[in-house]
Design a binder for this molecule. Structure first.
Ligand code: SF4
Length: 343
């Protein structure tokens, strides 16, 4: 990889991204020095509890920032081009919706109720490509609707005439209409029934396979997203605490929080008791100086009062002192859980 963040194989590289918000109670450290990379034609699933910074990370990458931003620093490279330094007009016309687009949370409710769905989807194309005629744009919408499984007969309907699942497909078509290399999906199936969730995941898989689009999929629904994931990033209290390929992660998560998160996912087979993670995440108004998971971690030790860096474990990365190698190259200094550390 070159030192300007470019690599032929990467669609996105995020370096040291910081996003803090000003609130009446103080400064919320929503995204705290986050690094990650995404290769082309891959899907990274970002998982973590509500409020861990997943959606803020998406906003930071897309520069969709509310007015109460306190700090916004770092570097974001899209297909090798650094985009955080671009002026707002260039970003709006050349990057957002052209090179990376968003399927926002509750996207199906975000459609304009008084516009036909075809016109709404076409608009995203017409704004960024003034040379495209309205007729050509509608043809492209028809093509995109076929991709995502919206029947032709729905083309000129209003959002209220479509089911939740169909509206979500329209939102995905809107994100795809300019054929961006990267789509960020924020909880794309959370308001849908289980069958519709599975259908939407299949649509996303098919699109990725046929078009080479890369995804960042933000979710708290580990089970549904596992079908689509090539890579997994686990966020906790504003930080990425584990990055791994999906196969290794689902076989054996490394970070204590990730292990507990996975143990809390309902299984289809087996009668294992579901576990839960005791305690609460720390407030992001004043997060602990050391490991942010320490208050809930059964492996906590004295060293955890210092914020751990990311350690490499093969091709994986984990932010936990258990994975610091000792002088003999052995991982972990305290392999047994400390029961008394439970809160
Ligand atoms: Fe954090 Fe320490 Fe637990 Fe690792 S062992 S997750 S560093 S408290």
């Amino acid at each position: 990889m070159s030192n300007n963040g470019s690599s032929n194989s990467l669609v996105l590289k995020v370096e040291d991204l910081v996003l803090y918000f000003r609130t009446t109670k103080g400064v919320v450290q929503a995204v705290d020095h986050v690094d990650f990379e995404l290769a082309k034609n891959r899907a990274v699933v970002i998982i973590g509890e509500s409020g861990c910074g997943k959606s803020s990370l998406a906003k930071g990458i897309l520069r969709l920032l509310p007015r109460n931003v306190h700090t916004y620093t770092g570097r974001v490279y899209l297909e090798g081009q650094e985009i955080m330094g671009l002026d707002e007009e260039t970003f709006r016309m050349k990057i957002r919706w052209v090179k990376m687009s968003l399927v926002p949370q509750a996207a199906m409710n975000a459609l304009n109720p008084v516009l036909r769905v075809s016109d709404q989807v076409a608009e995203a194309l017409l704004i960024h490509y003034p040379n495209v005629s309205k007729r050509e744009a509608i043809e492209r919408v028809r093509e995109m609707f076929r991709y995502v499984g919206v029947p032709d007969s729905f083309l000129h309907r209003y959002p209220f005439e479509l089911s939740g699942g169909m509206r979500q497909r329209v939102a995905i078509a809107m994100a795809m209409i300019t054929r961006p290399p990267l789509i960020i999906l924020d909880e794309p199936t959370s308001a849908l029934d289980v069958l519709t969730q599975a259908n939407i995941m299949n649509v996303l898989k098919q699109i990725k396979w046929e078009t080479g689009t890369s995804y960042i999929l933000i979710t708290h629904d580990v089970a549904t997203s596992s079908e689509l994931a090539d890579d997994v990033a686990v966020m906790y209290a504003g930080q990425v605490v584990e990055m791994s390929d999906a196969a290794s992660f689902f076989k054996e998560p490394l970070h204590p929080y990730a292990k507990m998160l996975m143990a809390a996912v309902p299984k289809l087979r087996g009668d294992d008791d579901l576990e839960f993670i005791p305690g609460q995440p720390p407030s992001l108004l004043n997060p602990p100086k050391g490991c942010r998971f320490a208050d809930r971690c059964p492996y906590r030790m004295a060293q955890c009062e210092i914020n751990p860096p990311m350690f490499r474990v093969g091709d994986r990365k984990v932010r936990c002192w258990l994975y610091e190698k000792d002088a003999d190259g052995i991982y972990g200094t305290h392999p047994e859980p400390l029961e008394q550390a439970h809160v």
